[in-house]
Design a protein around this ligand. Structure first.
Ligand SMILES: [Mg+2]
Length: 414
């Protein structure tokens, strides 16, 4: 079997409402690049990467020069072919490699009649539990609905998510407002959802002292973990010495060098594995094996996903013996998907691991076209800009918080 073609299509899919985070905002939609890898026996494997546009599509077109004629089963060779770590001083193709790895695994599963999880060791679970991903949100620019700014709105949104999807774990994405306000919000969320568990993630924008102060103030709650309260292994280590909650990260341990450093001098208890950041599903499985050996926790991270990327997270979640936390996904904020059958359903807070060959998801070509057209109309958006605060630049540690009393509508094009 040989690779004959690689295609990339940028899409933008609407979210229920713009999602606010410490560095800016998802402006009411996700932009993703959908990758198709074709083989000489007529199979098409699917991949997905965050962001998109002409430059992302060109990067995948350029990969044809490397991969046409390559056997998709030779995945380790492909790693060195396009993302050799020493060459990556000059190019950084980890995320490109990830999308191509997804597609090659999809091809292999189709060729061999096996779901990807069966190639990766076999499923240990048929359903992967997910956490509710609660964000502060601007209102939907078209309907005016969906705002999450006040504590009442946050609690109402979390209760509604639990009712709709059955979540038992709830994550608050923070780092937007003053930490004192976010502490009040997090404690209100926990009080409204007794018996469930919670996690808090201010995206690393606090000082170590602020992280310690906040961590100590939530020690009594049923926290899964305290995620990236501060940026950097040393700030995390100092926080960990003073706060009796496991710390988690998706920012300072995102490759094997950093994982080794964290094991030699532990700063983080739970590694949030992201199939894109780590360069594919297989590196995440390898990293989870190292974490299993050293008794470090793992969970599945979400960097924003449509159905193809979600399938990679489900196959990963299916095979990890040490997955002891609900996975994260932005997925429930989406209004639609580009896969056949539309959005994958949640049941009791979990999503079924696909059972079909390969990743087990197929492209809906009408949707691909529709959301490619929408991308062409709207273009990209600056993830690290806040449409409600033009000219705002967050610093580290940050003290330039949004105002929770500011209810002015924001100019998000749609
Ligand atoms: Mg995070």
């Amino acid at each position: 079997m040989r690779i004959t073609d690689i295609r990339a299509t940028t899409v933008t899919v609407p979210l229920e409402a713009p999602l606010r985070h410490a560095n800016g905002c998802h402006w009411g939609r996700f932009v993703r690049t959908i990758v198709e890898v074709e083989t000489d026996n007529g199979l098409v494997g699917l991949g997905e990467m965050g962001g998109g546009g002409e430059s992302a599509e060109a990067v995948f077109r350029a990969m044809k020069g490397y991969l046409v004629g390559h056997d998709p089963a030779r995945l380790e060779e492909m790693r060195f072919l396009i993302a050799n770590p020493t060459a990556s001083l000059y190019n950084n193709r980890t995320q490109v490699l990830a999308a191509l790895e997804f597609a090659c695994l999809d091809i292999l599963g189709q060729a061999w009649g096996l779901p990807v999880c069966d190639i990766l060791g076999g499923r240990l679970r048929d359903r992967v539990p997910f956490a509710a991903y609660c964000f502060f949100r601007y209102p939907n620019p078209r309907t005016g609905a969906g705002e999450v700014r006040t504590i009442d709105q946050l609690v109402e949104n979390a209760l509604s998510l639990k009712q709709r999807f059955g979540f038992r774990s709830h994550k608050l994405k923070a780092g937007v407002f003053h930490p004192d306000y976010e502490l009040e919000a997090y404690r209100a969320l926990a009080a409204a959802l007794p018996g469930d568990s919670y996690r808090f993630d201010p995206n690393g924008v606090w000082s170590t002292e602020q992280a310690i102060r906040f961590g100590q103030a939530i020690e009594d709650l049923r926290n899964d973990y305290f995620e990236d309260p501060v940026y950097g292994l040393n700030g995390m280590r100092r926080t960990r010495e003073m706060v009796r909650i496991p710390l988690a990260t998706n920012t300072v341990v995102v490759n094997f060098e950093q994982l080794a450093a964290n094991i030699l001098n532990t700063a983080v208890d739970v590694i949030l594995l992201d199939t894109t950041f780590w360069g594919g599903i297989r590196p995440c499985v390898k990293a989870a094996g190292i974490c299993e050996t050293f008794q470090i926790g793992v969970a599945v991270h979400s960097s924003g996903e449509l159905g193809i990327q979600l399938a990679t997270m489900l196959h990963l979640g299916a095979v990890l013996p040490n997955l002891s936390f609900a996975a994260d996904a932005h997925y429930h904020h989406l209004t639609d998907d580009i896969i056949e059958g539309g959005l994958m359903p949640y049941e009791g807070g979990a999503i079924q691991v696909p059972t079909g060959p390969g990743l087990g998801v197929k492209l809906n070509r009408d949707k691909l076209r529709e959301y490619n057209e929408l991308y062409k109309r709207l273009g990209g958006y600056p993830y690290d800009q806040d449409p409600g605060r033009p000219g705002w630049t967050p610093i580290l540690p940050n003290d330039r918080w949004a105002d929770q009393h500011d209810s002015r509508p924001v100019p998000v094009p749609f």
